[in-house]
Design a protein around this ligand. Structure first.
Ligand code: ACO
Length: 336
């Protein structure tokens, strides 16, 4: 068995900042409601003409991660790309990034696990390294939410939450058995799949059919649906379970955590977890205030920033935890 470690991290967010006040000019919302319910003050949105797409942002983050890992793009053995907002139905974003980075013929996998996508992707990368099949794996989480949200009052409970951006990590084979990705823990519960979902366009809801079924434009299935309070209740329960599961699997306790990086779903969810585990402000990293919820990109963006700020250091115990649509949830226990 080999060990894997994160050798390089990178992030990219579009330049265009959209504040709560900006949103209140186009829908019936306000800074107080958004801040109180979600903690979000601003988010980034792709601007028409800025050249960004989900794959392009992923590529930009990946370039930084590869450089920081000190390897060449030709050393990449596998690309794993997590997103719920791919540029196309097909091909996947993984092969697009491969082409953009001019990497020859390594395999590329796209992961469809929404807010848990990055931890799922990390776990896939980790398994390939631990078995010895690959040495360097590029893991990317990237989302273009702004292109597909309902920015009218009808969609306000969802559209104020999400933002665009990308994060990436290079996982590399390591000789130190007690360092790196100690374990990953993955779960899903399909019975709640439609509680946080986007029904169309899809093979069950093609565009002409949607228009025929909704001539007045009501009940539009091509905007996301979220049962907010149900998601909230499940999220706090599953976050706690999967963090505990990871700690127990490694004979660790909550007091051993140096840094918890929760998926940036909602500041209230992160604060609930922090309080439940009695963690100090220094032990939990949040940046949802500046980026909103960037789904598969939220953990790699937060991890990159925490590392850049010196808050994730050699020997630290870092815990990643996520919950999202599917429902899916996951954790990773990392000795830095
Ligand atoms: N601005 C102003 N008012 C709003 C807005 C808005 N943006 N959105 C909804 N409202 C109104 C509603 O219309 C409703 O008005 P009413 O009482 O007159 O009917 C009122 O505010 C309360 O609406 P609720 O939906 O009941 O608000 P709630 O307190 O549940 O907060 C929220 C909504 C923030 C989505 C909450 O349910 C939540 O935090 N859910 C967790 C889900 C989450 O965080 N998802 C993130 C993505 S999923 C993931 O990453 C795991």
């Amino acid at each position: 068995m080999y060990q894997s470690k994160i050798a390089g991290l990178g992030k990219y967010v579009p330049e265009n900042v959209v504040t709560n006040d900006d949103l209140s000019k186009i829908m019936d919302t306000n800074d107080e409601w958004i801040t109180e319910r979600t903690g979000i003050k601003e988010r980034r949105h792709i601007k028409k003409g800025d050249g960004n797409t989900t794959a392009v942002m992923g590529m930009k983050a990946a370039k930084i991660a590869i450089e920081r890992a000190g390897i060449s793009k030709d050393d990449i053995d596998l690309i794993v790309f997590a997103t719920l907002s791919p540029d196309y139905y097909f091909p996947g974003c993984g092969v697009q990034v491969q082409e953009m980075l001019d990497i020859d013929t390594c395999p590329a996998i796209d992961v469809r696990n929404q807010c848990s996508g990055f931890v799922y992707a990390l776990s896939i990368a980790d398994q390939f390294i631990k078995t010895g099949m690959y040495k360097n794996v590029l893991v990317i989480g990237s989302e273009n939410h702004s292109g597909g949200l309902d920015f009218t009052t009808r969609g306000r409970s969802v559209s104020v939450i999400f933002g665009d951006g990308a994060g990436a990590a290079v996982l590399t084979r390591s000789d130190h058995v007690s360092q790196g990705i100690l374990s990953t823990h993955l779960h899903s519960e399909g019975k709640h799949a439609m509680e946080l979902s986007l029904k169309g366009p899809s093979t069950m809801h093609w565009v002409p059919e949607i228009i025929k079924e909704n001539p007045q434009g009501d009940d539009i299935p091509y905007y996301p649906y979220m049962n907010g309070q149900f998601v909230f209740k499940n999220a706090v329960q599953r976050f706690s379970e999967v963090i505990n599961e990871g700690l127990e699997a490694n004979g660790l306790e909550v007091k051993d955590i140096d840094m918890l990086i929760p998926h940036q779903a909602n500041l209230r969810i992160s604060q609930f977890i922090q309080k439940k585990f009695r963690l100090s402000d220094d032990q939990v990293y949040n940046n949802i205030q500046r980026y909103g919820n960037t789904t598969a990109a939220s953990i790699p963006i937060a991890l990159t920033e925490a590392w850049e700020e010196g808050k994730v250091k050699e020997e630290d115990l870092v815990v990643l935890a996520a919950f999202g649509s599917g429902f899916t949830w996951a954790s990773a226990i990392i000795k830095w």
